[in-house]
Design a binder for this molecule. Structure first.
Ligand code: UDP
Ligand code: MG
Length: 328
């Protein structure tokens, strides 16, 4: 298998037929052995039926049906877990990422790169608020992390088998795949493209999901917020100390003071500062703990036509004996 194309699907019935045709039109002339992996992330429309229809007609179409909506990053993770290709393309189902770019991505990979991502030169058909928040987020993230996560880049990219295997070894529960790929390293490069408008249907990325993705990106790759808490604690304590000096001065030197004011102010400010330091330090520990204690499986598959051994290797909770014969 030369190439696997991973396509997360959340309510994309309007786009699946066109996507399948365009992808086929691009990949067939390349003369590769390829597979499509559609991950149905709990769609509530006819997406699953459409994909299963394609799978019945075309043996290169693989599908994974999740038991519910687990989110875009988890859907891509499942695709990576079960992809058989020597290289893997991650692409959105809504045709915002043009399939016509795949030959160029593949060509660059053959030149010896392990990751070729597609960078958005411009984006069409998205609200000014979304463009602005995305732009700010990518720049904020770049400035507070010590790995270089490329700006204005989503998950549309091609990665080599080496990178897929490295990703599979990263156990974090809160996935931020573009960050993880930067962290992995190797030779990476990019090509630029103009991002099209969504072909049909509506975005599945609500503001809530976007904020969660942003927080996963920040907490997964930076301790800056925790450090900011600690630093603000020190600053407040420093101010409290200055106020303390001033009140001592007012009480004993200039004798201009309200009785009771000094001790009240100093204790409030001082306690506030110490509390912020303490919260910052506790936060340092909790952030590290919580990420590691909940060893849940990342997703639950309700149906798939992938017979690959990894499809059955869902991590079973400790103490639970996996059934001998799998459901699929
Ligand atoms: N998606 C998904 N699960 C979700 C939300 C989105 O699998 O909970 C998929 C969606 O079908 C699409 C891709 O992730 O293939 C990108 O989503 P979308 O186009 O809605 O995001 P946007 O381009 O608006 O940021
Ligand atoms: Mg989109």
């Amino acid at each position: 298998m030369d190439l696997s194309v991973i396509i997360p699907i959340y309510n994309e019935e309007a786009n699946i037929p066109a996507l399948y045709t365009r992808l086929g039109g691009v990949l067939d002339p390349m003369g590769l052995q390829y597979e499509f992996i559609f991950i149905n992330d709990g769609s509530r429309d006819k997406s699953l039926a459409l994909v299963q229809n394609l799978a019945a007609r075309d043996p290169r179409v693989r599908f994974i049906d999740f038991s519910r909506n687990f989110g875009h990053q988890i859907a891509v993770t499942a695709g990576l877990d079960l992809a058989a290709g020597q290289s893997v393309v991650i692409i959105d189902a809504d045709l915002q990422d043009p399939p016509e770019l795949i030959p160029q991505l593949y060509q660059k990979l053959q030149e010896g790169y392990e990751v070729v991502y597609a960078k958005r030169r411009s984006r069409q058909g998205e609200s000014a608020a979304k463009k602005l928040t995305a732009k700010l987020f990518y720049r904020l993230l770049a400035s507070i992390t010590n790995i270089s996560i490329p700006v204005d880049t989503g998950d549309f990219r091609i990665i080599s088998r080496k990178v897929v295997d490295a990703l599979k070894q990263m156990p974090e529960q809160n996935k931020f795949i573009r960050g993880q790929i930067s962290w992995i390293g190797y030779r990476q490069t990019y090509i630029e493209y103009d991002r099209a408008e969504r072909a049909g249907g509506e975005t599945g990325y609500t503001y809530r999901k976007m904020i969660r993705l942003a927080l996963d990106g920040i907490t997964g790759f930076s301790d800056a917020p925790l450090k900011a808490a600690t630093i603000s604690g020190f600053i407040v304590s420093g101010l409290a100390f200055l106020v303390m000096v001033y009140t001592l001065y007012a009480r004993f030197v200039s004798h201009e003071y309200e009785p009771g004011w000094a001790s009240l102010m100093v204790s409030i400010l001082f306690l506030g500062g110490v509390q912020l330091i303490a919260v910052g330090i506790i936060g340092e520990y909790i952030a590290r703990l919580s990420a590691n204690v909940r060893q849940r499986p990342l997703y639950i598959i309700s149906d798939t036509n992938i017979t690959h051994p990894a499809a059955q290797a869902q991590p079973a909770p400790a103490g639970v004996v996996p059934p001998a014969a799998s459901a699929y």
